[in-house]
Design a protein around this ligand. Structure first.
Ligand SMILES: [Cu+2]
Length: 664
């Protein structure tokens, strides 16, 4: 049998071509070549049958779209990357916490610059122009991705960013009070709250937010934040938001319950030893001090009940503008319980139906599977295995556990398909292990079994699957987010890219299909069907304010352009269209402040213009219909041309103007 016949048979139900969609047009024979054409190519390129099959599975022909869209964090690049799956074509980068000249994001643009300023620490602290974007989260309706919003968290500053998937632009950077760091921000099942777990504890209750590190156990505190999200406007209402004070452990990843676990929030913790480092003061290094206990604590928080408690004025107190339920109140109201978990855990993940909470301790070769029903029963029974140093009751491990599955070294994170299987990343082994969940997914001896293992390259951190951690995983692929790439790419300098690997999980054996180098440091991602993306191709009306998502107060109609001077402030209310600026001459005096309000009167798809001024940190992206604003101070006399930075037409090179700054 010919190699291609074998391959096409194998690929007939492949991920790319599909077995049931409109695209299921698999040619019975290789086309174009009259027999042997594909074989010749496969041989000429030196592919093995496996490699050729992988190529068929990930290739997306010109003009066709990928089946899934993956949002991946850019880490301390401060942005989100959008990849098509399975091709792993990089489709877009969305700037959030860092300026971006291409999209005019905080690159001299007024609204986005103000957003960064408001989203900083305030009170004399600098406007932050970076963030460490860790976890993208698609908004949910009834526990399923709805493709409307993307929330991202910033480990470097305890902030969240909100991106609208209508125009793939950032709408809000929200600085959460009482925390300087987070690892995670997740939506509740109907995106009513964005729940953020803090990472570094700080003495937020103390005057000036300061207390010596020696008073760590008494004065440093952590919080879980419940940020009220308005899905119409994409804003967070601080007055309806609240926090629960937590002990000064490092709170890590979290997951919200559903089904049997509905109403509960689960947060991993580390450093329950409360180590503060101090290697030069004769104390153990942070990582040594933080690894003494055999177990850390899985925090179980009854967040639904906490919403009610937070609404009672006597049970919470405003601290730095947000209501805080003290730890003492959280304990007395039975809002918080702990369960022992393997030390230094990283991932906490929820089975699709909400029955099981899966925790991986990095230093334990097992995953621990807790039962939501057992946890709720144990809380109701009120039999505890003592309390922690702050009085939080600790549930008995054996009362809550359903299974302890031996998977491999360095288990981190777990994702799910729609068929009752779990996939866990193993950092030390550099593997993904596939194992089976218990009832109601798998019965009897089919439950809790390791069924497959695949090597990834190398040092996998997170992994992600379409629709995982929702009620409806789509299966098909797992993407491994590998921390090291070693020899997978040509030597690209001492700073190597990380490696995203697509793994086919559609058959009984997992198969690595492709390598993709990354931009930035991808921590985690989420993957939704591409068809869920219903973004605008142009703005709904001319003069659109992208930040407020309505007509801009600074929009100018074509034919009504004007330049106004008030004192030493010159405001240019202009328009752009192919292929000119109106006005194209702006005359100011040295020392004037110049405000440009540009409205693109274009309504054609793709007809984006730019506005860059020589000598200034200004570049705007004037998308069709947008009104964008820039401000500069004309400090030095001279001639400063401006021009369209986005190729727009045959007369693009002529799309220019002059900023003339007369000496005083
Ligand atoms: Cu142009």
């Amino acid at each position: 049998m010919k190699l291609t016949t074998v391959l096409l048979a194998a690929a007939a139900c492949s991920a790319l071509i599909g077995c049931n969609g409109e695209n299921a047009k698999v040619p019975a024979q290789p086309s174009g070549g009259g027999g042997g054409g594909l074989d010749a190519i496969i041989q000429a390129r030196g592919f093995t049958p496996d490699e050729a099959e992988a190529a068929l599975k990930v290739f997306v022909p010109p003009g066709r779209h990928d089946e899934f869209l993956m949002f991946t964090s850019g880490g301390h690049r401060g942005s989100v990357m959008l990849y098509g799956l399975p091709s792993m074509r990089l489709l877009k980068e969305i700037p959030v916490f860092s300026p971006d000249a291409w999209q005019g994001w905080a690159q001299g643009e007024v609204e986005s610059a103000e957003m960064l300023e408001k989203g900083s620490f305030g009170e004399g602290m600098p406007t932050l122009t970076w963030g460490d974007l860790h976890h993208p989260q698609i908004s949910l309706t009834a526990g399923k991705y709805d493709g409307e919003w993307l929330a991202v968290s910033d480990k470097s500053a305890g902030r969240v960013g909100i991106v609208s998937l209508k125009d793939l632009k950032t709408k809000l950077i929200f600085k959460t009070p009482n925390t300087v760091s987070d690892h995670h921000a997740i939506f509740t099942d109907d995106s009513e709250y964005l729940v953020q777990s803090a990472y570094f504890p700080v003495p937020f209750n103390e005057p000036n937010g300061y207390a010596p590190i020696e008073s760590y156990k008494e004065k440093y505190k952590s919080v879980a934040s419940f940020l009220k999200f308005d899905r119409k406007s994409g804003t967070i209402g601080l007055s309806e938001s609240f926090q629960i004070e937590l002990p000064p452990y490092f709170q890590d990843m979290s997951i919200l319950g559903r089904g049997p676990s509905a109403g509960l929030l689960f947060i991993n913790s580390l450093n329950t030893e409360m180590s503060t480092g101090g290697v030069m003061e004769g104390k153990p290094a942070m990582e040594v001090g933080a690894s003494q206990h055999e177990m850390d604590y899985l925090h179980v928080i009854d967040w639904r009940k906490a919403v009610t408690v937070a609404a009672e004025p006597s049970k919470s107190k405003a601290v730095n503008g947000i209501r805080v339920i003290s730890l003492a109140t959280a304990i007395s109201e039975k809002l918080i319980h702990f369960i022992p978990e393997s030390k230094s855990p990283h991932g906490v993940d929820l089975a699709p139906g909400g029955e099981y909470v899966v925790v991986s301790g990095k230093l334990d070769p097992h995953v621990s599977v807790y039962s939501a029903t057992k946890i709720k029963n144990a809380i109701a029974k009120g039999v505890f295995d003592g309390k922690d140093a702050f009085g939080v009751p600790i549930l008995k491990y054996d009362d809550c556990i359903s299974a302890h599955v031996e998977t491999g070294l360095g288990p981190l994170h777990t994702v799910f398909d729609g068929d009752g299987n779990a996939y866990t990343s193993h950092f030390l082994d550099s593997t993904i292990i596939k194992w089976t969940l218990g009832e109601p997914y798998n019965a009897g001896d089919k439950a809790w079994k390791v069924v497959d293992k695949v090597a990834v390259h190398y040092n996998i951190g997170h992994l992600q699957a379409p629709g995982s951690n929702t009620t409806s995983p789509y299966g098909r692929y797992v993407v491994a987010l590998n921390k090291w790439s070693v020899d997978r790419f040509p030597p690209l300098g001492p700073l190597h890219p990380q490696n995203l690997q697509v793994v086919d999980i559609s058959g009984p054996k997992m198969k690595v299909l492709s390598d993709t180098p990354t931009i930035g440091e991808p921590h985690n991602s989420q993957i939704m069907p591409m068809e869920m993306l219903q973004a605008w191709t142009t703005y709904p009306e001319i003069g659109w304010d992208a930040v407020r998502m309505k007509r801009s107060a600074f929009a100018t109609e074509q034919g009504k352009e004007n330049v106004k001077r008030v004192g030493n402030v010159v405001t240019v209310n202009g328009t752009v269209t192919r292929s000119h600026y109106t006005p194209d001459i702006v005359r100011v005096k040295q020392g004037d402040k110049v405000v440009f309000n540009w409205t693109s009167v274009e309504s054609a798809r793709d007809a984006t213009h730019g506005f860059g001024i020589h000598g200034f940190n200004v570049n705007l992206s004037l998308d069709p219909g947008a009104t964008e604003r820039a401000e500069i101070t004309a400090v030095k006399p001279g001639v400063y041309p401006y021009y369209c930075t986005e190729f727009c037409s045959a007369l693009h090179m002529e799309m220019t103007g002059w900023l003339l700054v007369e000496p005083k």
